[in-house]
Ligand binder design. Structure first.
Ligand code: NDP
Length: 453
């Protein structure tokens, strides 16, 4: 089997050069699946893996737009339609200068497994642009979103491909994108999720990824007969996922002590309470400010800059019980992971997608700490997007309690699947294998059923 894995990866790398994040995501999945392919050679005969790493469709397009000074800009837009075996393509849009084809392919690939784990009928996709919303005027953002949707609208639809938000795409951007889709297609339909509550959005969708990651952590802690109560938590990022992670940590009696942005992080030993969290939400979502301003208001907290070129991230050096990486990919490397374990962190739930490098994952698995990979731990966001799609189809909104209860049940079910699959394939407690295998089997069986298409 090891020759199959190495030959397979050599071919993936040759066919998809200069896409290291995509290689990394595929390698992790294939390493887990070696256990399955040995017992089920029929998946190899059907060439399921070879088909899964090849997107069903990749769309790239020019996005020309005019800013509020009349200057013309050109960005690149993408939509990766990765796999539709179990439902319409579903996955977010990311607007960030670091966006490349390889980053979006890694995210779309992960999304296929994650969406399968949610138990809802959603295929996998991802998209976005190298556009940087930071520091842009409202008008420029609206014009960019409209130009982006002018092309994307040809390729998506409520039964075809349903995008959502991701880094740099929040409620504001979804509003501008939806408005343009509606104008161009002359239809009011659930083509995007993360919509405003007055026009088809679901209660709890903004909260869902962060809440879900904390629910998942609580389930993991439950396997060791403990809870989040009184636990100190390191959280990275300060965007959508990080904010609602802190909120749910507070609800469950824990204490979050850090938050970050791409320039630096704050450490607040007293804990980020509800008043401080409300300040962060206002700072990040309304004033579009930087985390450094937190220490101007809360003098007990300390701000540390982060050097993206350094070989370790100082945020992960503080003593704590749990960690919730919620900013971006590869933000915890092997050195950071070793520091976390040494300092007593024994539960890691990934709010971000692939925030831990392969070296870091190995450290967590070797140390046998509770390690919930993103495709399981952060699946609450897309699961609630699935619930938004159901409500749109029924044209009937559910209450906050109803959506939260469904989200909670879905996170419990994902946790159970991970535990059972890890056990069944001889690696108890390994949530990486559990998530990859659980996500894979449903999609693979659907692909076998549907023939070679
Ligand atoms: P936001 O844009 O709301 O926030 C992103 C946060 O991460 C910001 O604090 C940002 O800082 C920081 N960040 C972004 N890029 C970098 C970088 N290269 N280095 C350091 N910090 C960075 O995004 P979300 O909260 O929605 O997404 C965060 C993560 O969660 C991503 O990995 C995303 O894919 C994942 N995710 C999101 C879901 C969702 O529902 N939104 C669902 C599942 C996963 P700054 O302000 O400086 O840019």
């Amino acid at each position: 089997m090891s020759t199959f894995v190495s030959d397979f990866m050599a071919e993936v790398k040759a066919k998809n050069p200069a896409e290291p994040e995509f290689h990394q995501a595929v390698q992790e999945v294939v390493d887990s699946l070696a256990l399955v392919l040995e017992r089920h050679p029929e998946y190899r005969t059907a060439r399921i893996l070879e088909r899964m790493v090849e997107p069903e469709r990749v769309i790239t397009f020019r996005v020309p737009w005019v800013d509020d000074r009349g200057d013309i800009h050109v960005n690149r837009g993408y939509r990766i339609e990765m796999n539709s075996a179990i439902g319409p393509y579903k996955g977010g849009l990311r607007f960030h200068p670091s966006v490349t084809l390889g980053i979006l392919k890694f995210l779309a690939f992960e999304q296929v497994f994650k969406n399968s784990l949610t138990t809802l009928p959603m295929g996998g996709g991802k998209g976005g642009s190298d556009f940087d919303p930071k520091g842009k005027s409202e008008l420029s953002i609206m014009r960019f979103c409209q130009a982006f949707m002018a092309e994307l609208s040809r390729h998506i639809g409520p039964n075809t491909d349903v995008p959502a938000g991701d880094i740099g795409v929040g409620g504001r951007e979804i509003g501008y994108l939806f408005g343009m889709y509606k104008k161009l297609r002359n239809e009011f339909t659930g083509v995007l999720t993360g919509k405003g509550l007055n026009w088809g959005g679901s209660l709890i969708r903004p909260e869902a990824t962060g809440y879900g990651a904390v629910y998942f952590a609580a389930e993991m802690l439950g396997t060791r007969s403990t809870t989040l109560k009184g636990k100190s938590c390191l959280v990275s990022g300060s965007g959508n996922v990080a904010q609602y992670t802190v909120e749910k940590i507070l609800d469950l009696g824990g204490k979050a002590v850090t938050l970050s942005d791409s320039n630096g992080y704050i450490y607040d030993e007293a804990g980020i309470d509800r008043e401080k969290l409300a300040f962060v939400m206002q700072l990040k979502n309304v004033r579009r400010g930087r985390m450094k301003e937190y220490t101007d208001k809360y003098k007990g907290a300390v701000y540390f800059p982060i050097d993206p070129k350094a070989d370790a991230n100082p945020l992960w050096t503080h003593k704590a019980d749990c960690a919730f990486p919620s900013a971006t990919q590869n933000e915890i490397n092997g050195k950071d992971a070793a520091t976390l374990v040494r300092n007593g962190v024994h539960c890691i739930a990934e709010g971000a997608n692939m925030p831990t490098t392969p070296d870091g994952v190995k450290v967590f698995l070797d140390a046998k700490v509770l390690y919930g990979p993103g495709k399981a731990a952060n699946a609450g966001g897309v699961a609630t997007s699935g619930l938004e799609m159901s409500q749109n189809s029924m044209r009937l909104p559910w209450t906050r309690e109803e959506v939260d209860q469904r989200l909670h049940l879905i996170m419990k079910s994902i946790h159970k699947t991970c535990v059972e699959m890890a056990d069944r394939f001889g690696t108890p407690g390994n949530y990486v294998n559990g998530a990859n295998i659980g996500g894979f089997l449903k999609v693979a069986d659907a692909m076998v059923d549907q023939g070679v298409v």
